[in-house]
Design a protein. Structure first.
Length: 225
């Protein structure tokens, strides 16, 4: 595995400074590449969303939330374009339009691979999506980002120092602290919510994590950090 370090400094005042470390890419059939973002400023607002499954209308709604909340970083937790064999095809399913919307976020988005994401999706998207996990160091927290079909509450990653594990996959929003102190966060799905919950997304800053309804922005869960 080739290892390359990249240090990037944002010059705009409304973006915190951060550094990016690229740990390379595995040429095996199962991609292992991931990125680590380290915040070097006082705070970072992160918007989490997951499980779009090609729903362009829901993706347009999350872009409206992005414009409203002005996060410093977007964290997409997988399942971008394909609806999946277990899901009904929504009338809003339009992967070609979703591709354009996703690519409009390419300079601000950090993504991980979902179980419905593959090489053909990566061919269409202009940002990396095939890493199994990503680390973000921000707000004095260590975020472990993954989709949830590999690493989850029942199969924790073998890495020390993680304070928040963020994943999607279940389409059910969740925010809780385990007995070992690890915070588990699932923003839910913006397109195919399950468990009786509405479509949802999450915001995190130096003070708290909040999971919001997508349509009306009502808070579903909140936790102080």
């Amino acid at each position: 595995m080739n290892i390359k370090n990249l240090n990037v400094k944002k010059q705009k005042k409304d973006f915190p400074l951060y550094s990016i470390t690229n740990y390379g890419f595995s040429n095996s059939t199962k991609p292992l590449h991931f990125f680590k973002i380290t915040n070097t400023d006082n705070s970072m607002k992160i918007l989490f969303f997951s499980d779009v499954h090609g729903d362009a209308a829901s993706l347009q709604m999350i872009i409206e939330k992005i414009n409203r909340h002005q996060p410093d970083q977007l964290a997409f937790l997988g399942d971008a374009l394909y609806h999946g064999p277990r899901n009904n095809i929504k009338k809003e399913y339009c992967p070609k339009e979703a591709i354009q919307l996703f690519n409009s976020l390419k300079n601000k988005i950090l993504a991980v691979r979902g179980n419905c994401d593959g090489e053909v999706d990566q061919m269409m998207l202009e940002f990396p999506i095939l890493g199994d996990y990503t680390l973000i160091y921000a707000n004095q927290q260590t975020f472990f980002l993954t989709h949830g079909h590999i690493w989850n509450e029942n199969h924790l990653p073998p890495l020390g120092g993680i304070t928040i594990l963020a994943h999607g996959h279940t389409h059910i929003p969740m925010l809780k602290k385990l007995s070992n102190g690890l915070i588990m966060m699932n923003p839910g799905s913006i397109s195919l919510p399950k468990g009786g919950f509405p479509a949802s997304y999450a915001l995190a800053d130096e003070k708290e994590i909040r999971i919001h309804e997508l349509v009306n922005d009502n808070i579903i869960f909140t936790m102080r950090l």
